[in-house]
Write a protein that binds this ligand. Sequence first.
Ligand code: ADP
Ligand code: MG
Length: 698
Amino acid sequence: MATVPEYFGSLVFDDRVMKANLPAKVYESQRKTIDEGAQLDISVANAVAAAMKDWAVANGATHYTHWFQPLTGITAEKHDSFISPSPDGGVIMEFSGKELIKGEPDASSFPSGGLRATFEARGYTAWDPTSYAFIKGKTLCIPTAFCSYGGHALDKKTPLLRSMEALNRQALRILRLFGNDTAKCVRSSVGPEQEYFLITKEMYDQRPDLRFTGRTLFGAKPPKGQEMDDHYFGVVKPRVAAYMEDLNQELWKLGILAKTEHNEVAPAQHELAPIYTTTNIATDHNQLTMEIMQKVAAKHGLVCLLHEKPFAGVNGSGKHNNWSIATDSGQNLLSPGETPYENAQFLLFLCAVIKAVDDYQDLLRLSVATAGNDHRLGANEAPPAVVSIFLGDELSAVLEAIETDSPYAGVEKTQMKLGVDVLPNFNRDTTDRNRTSPFAFTGNKFEFRMLGSSNSIACANIMLNSAVAESLKIYADRLEGAEDFETALHQMIKKTIKDHKHIIFNGNGYDDSWIKEATEKRGLLNYRTTPDCMPHLLDSKNVKMLTEQGVYSEEELKSRCEIMLDNYCKTVIIEANTMVDMAKTQIAPAVEAYTAEVAKSAAAKKALDANLACTYETTLVKKLSALTDRIAAKIGELEEALISLHQASDVETESYFIRDTLLLRMSELRVACDEAETLTAKKYWPFPTYADLLFGVR
Ligand code: ADP
Ligand code: MG
């Protein structure tokens, strides 16, 4: 059996393979494209394509695909084989530079939010040479961006790459001001911690709600949930351990740096964290990770649930987006430095993030908004829907000292007033791990914790990169024109702290009093649901920033807003339809059958002895009968609400109706059905219960 270093990345056309298989000149020019974004010429592309094909074929591949990330949130691929007929009736395996660089999937069924008229239904895919190609099954997958013929982005990778470029541009300007002439580029890095649930395939198959919507729409609270906290970091059960081992191997072969795994808070909940890497690669890897988690689960007779809230009453699943920015030489710009001067630079980058998060709270919030994540944010298990920043006491004290021109009472007592030369050394405080903050500084990176487990991390990082690029641009504009750099720098840092300190909150984010303080005293935004926040994507300040940074065109933003709202509506409508179906065809009949059984038992007893009271049966029959009536009535009301939806004139109106009416009707139907579950004999219940699902993997 090969060791991990031997098979790590064995399915990836990575640097090692390129170096070994490309002519030196071609390799150099390919490297330049990867490292510095240099234009690629067709002769290089041809040579890379040939080497890629030979390598892929030698590793068992027969097909290639341009692998891309349409706005559905998952990945898409269309496979073409390498075969090309030869005159003798056989075939040869062929792959050209042109095929590597550009593809034209007939992509008319991907959401475009009106960006692509049907007459130009074809989009095209363009190779992202910065993310290595890899083999999945028998297919060589080439990471690509996906655009319309008019040049509009129809995917998540394109704006992500643009946002990384925007950040690079502005961060380099700042570094030059600090005398750094050597950095060639600045990139953001991400390490996404992925939570998930594992349940048995057998039980999953019996639940239409899980199959159609990824979450349970019914289910009474089990006798035991997560209250004992005995699952968190607990011993991993053998069946789960076997799954994790298999998963790690598959991920390692694909060059994914799977590092940490453990049980999470809820029963049946687990987490996987990779070592961080460049944002676009981390995004590709996270998409692949989610796909492979599900694939490997199937091999083990399990199902991996990536929904944000598969079970009511127990914790949902999120994804912590650990984010930092670093130069090509590996200097982390969010790491406090050794010298006062480095610390001044660090403080400026820190301030840029604080300003960005405050100015664009709405964009960060909406970047994680989905119907699924609406169940988590603000539900006392995940950060609230209010965006705030945790800095820790040490850093907060440094900022306060700067703002008030007072001595910093940290390790060294230093007056902070006179400019960068005297900024003190401070120890970064990594002991204080506030787990309730949506956006926490953790020593040398920020951890954005609002993402849902099934979200593509692209959206959050697009907004984060763009907003920070905007802060840096404002800083660079001012500093480049300043007469005295140090004074200007000091004043700007001071002003940022003063203007934006209301977003800094080191307390308990799960506390109700915080929401009151945040919204009433501090004026922070609290967009609780997707329909509340999504339309703000088109607020003029947001459109201005995102277009000026070159990340989105206005048309692209309009289409995205439309697609995200449409996705929200469709998701909830499918859930509502599934509920109606399950309640009508499974739950009501089950309760009815059990009621009849109990009534029959009472009748039988009375036939034996007419004087028997049969209180148990009579009471139960009455209760169950009343519940069946209530269930029927609630089904009717939910169906009516579904019909009213047809009257909505546009997707925004539709989303408001769903938020205010449809979800309420759904929860009323659920309450009635869950109560019936607690009164109905287990053998009558038509599908596995919460206890079965949550404790079923042994
Ligand atoms: P936890 O948050 O569970 O305590 P860690 O803080 O050790 O775990 O790391 C969580 C994630 O943060 C990992 O994916 C790790 O690779 C990533 N990470 C660590 N340093 C950085 C960094 N400078 N930039 C981005 N991600 C980072
Ligand atoms: Mg974490």
